[in-house]
Design a protein. Structure first.
Length: 395
């Protein structure tokens, strides 16, 4: 956004953290008076150290370190993203293969793209190897507008309007979601890069955006004793986190409830697991969103892509198992997302989510393990500004 102003008007500053506790949180204060903070804020030098030279998870890279992020004015929450890393990882699957390979892999220190190589289809970046030294370990660059959707819609934040601006980030420190091994990680202190404009700026009186809010539920699993006889386990869930809000789109991200089941062979660790014979129906205010329950993997994937766009995923991404020798086996069944368009005010939200378990004693069995389902919904919000006051509301 800085290109809209002359070089004399825009200043770029790199802010150190006002509060930082390794592996817990970091906070930045935007407390300069009589300035406008442009919305194109960037978090830089986000990374971690670890022993035994692991690599960052292929999908999401170092951005998996962001667990929760908030933009606040004093105690007033302007915009927030909770349990954010699985959603951020999903956003990378929405980008074209060439952009992931040539841009995002370098910014996020990820390794997510696909290309044909001798021996099959492989990921297409250069893995970023962590070190035990904070000065040499790979560090990422993240645009905060990708994390805080209010920043996509507002041109700037005025210190005259928002007098106690701060950004707070809580870290995800489970190695099973961030790196390729189970070694403990230690975050390093990031910095915040901001552009400021002094003097008056023309500002809209209202800004609306789609806040990404979160809820979750559990799908239980079991290990049937008889081979070749799947055991269907139905689940009916009522979620209250989105009641009395206007929801645009929904995303379901399925992950191991026990994170230790993500092994070293899983190059994608913060994606969405494929389940065996998955069935899905969503009811909004008592009415089914689908004419009949979705019981075919290809139909579920088609509905998701209708809502969120074509995803950059490997072939057979929604299969638990495959014998296809041309695919990197550790990629299969790790990016199977469910999503749909809702576009209505929610008073009652119910999900029928069925699966089948099979006789499989593998420690990382996708069909039999207990699964945590992260539910993300785009919720309409608005910021009204008049004089020196503002109000945030659901719309």
């Amino acid at each position: 956004m800085a290109f809209k102003y002359s070089n004399n008007q825009v200043e770029t500053k790199i802010l150190d953290a006002s509060n930082y506790v390794a592996n817990r949180y970091v906070e930045f204060k935007l407390d300069e008076e009589d300035v406008n903070y442009l919305a194109d804020m960037r978090l830089i030098n986000l990374g971690a150290t670890a022993a035994n030279t692991p690599i960052y998870a292929a999908l999401g890279g170092a951005s998996n370190l962001i667990k929760h992020i908030e933009l606040l004015d004093g105690r007033e929450v302007l915009c927030t993203s909770r349990h954010f890393s699985p959603y951020m990882a999903f956003q990378q699957t929405r980008l074209p293969n060439e952009k992931n390979k040539s841009v995002q892999n370098f910014l996020l220190k990820s390794d997510y793209a696909y290309q044909a190589m001798e021996g099959g289809i492989k990921t297409g970046g250069d893995p970023s190897t962590l070190t035990a030294d904070a000065t040499t370990t790979p560090k990422s660059h993240i645009s905060l507008s990708d994390c805080l959707p209010l920043l996509e819609r507002i041109p700037a934040l005025s210190s005259a309007m928002f007098k106690n601006l701060r950004i707070r980030i809580e870290f995800e420190t489970s190695p099973y979601k961030v790196i390729s091994t189970a070694d403990a990680i230690t975050t390093i202190e990031p910095s915040l890069c901001v552009d400021i404009v002094r003097g008056q700026m023309s500002m809209p009186s209202q800004v609306s955006w789609l806040e990404v809010e979160h809820d979750q539920y559990i799908l239980s699993g079991s290990n049937p004793s008889v081979a070749n006889q799947p055991l269907k386990t139905p689940h009916s869930i009522r979620l209250n986190g989105f009641n009395n809000k206007f929801v645009e789109r929904m995303l379901l991200v399925k992950q191991f409830d026990d994170e230790t089941k993500y092994g070293a062979s899983h190059t994608v660790k913060n994606g969405s697991l494929a389940l065996f014979k998955e069935e899905l129906q969503v009811r909004i205010n008592g009415a089914n969103k689908f004419p009949e329950i979705l019981d075919k993997d290809c139909v579920r994937s088609h509905v998701c892509e209708d809502a969120w766009g074509v995803l950059n995923v490997v072939q057979q991404f929604n299969r638990c198992y495959t014998t296809d020798a041309q695919l990197a086996a550790s990629q299969i069944g790790l990016t199977d997302y469910d999503g749909l368009v809702i576009s209505e005010a929610v008073k009652d939200l119910q999900i029928q989510h069925n699966r089948s378990c099979i006789n499989d004693s593998s420690t990382d069995s996708k069909p039999n393990s207990t699964i945590k389902v992260h539910v993300y919904c785009e919720v309409r919000k608005a910021l009204n500004m008049k004089g020196g006051d503002y109000q945030i509301m659901y719309v």
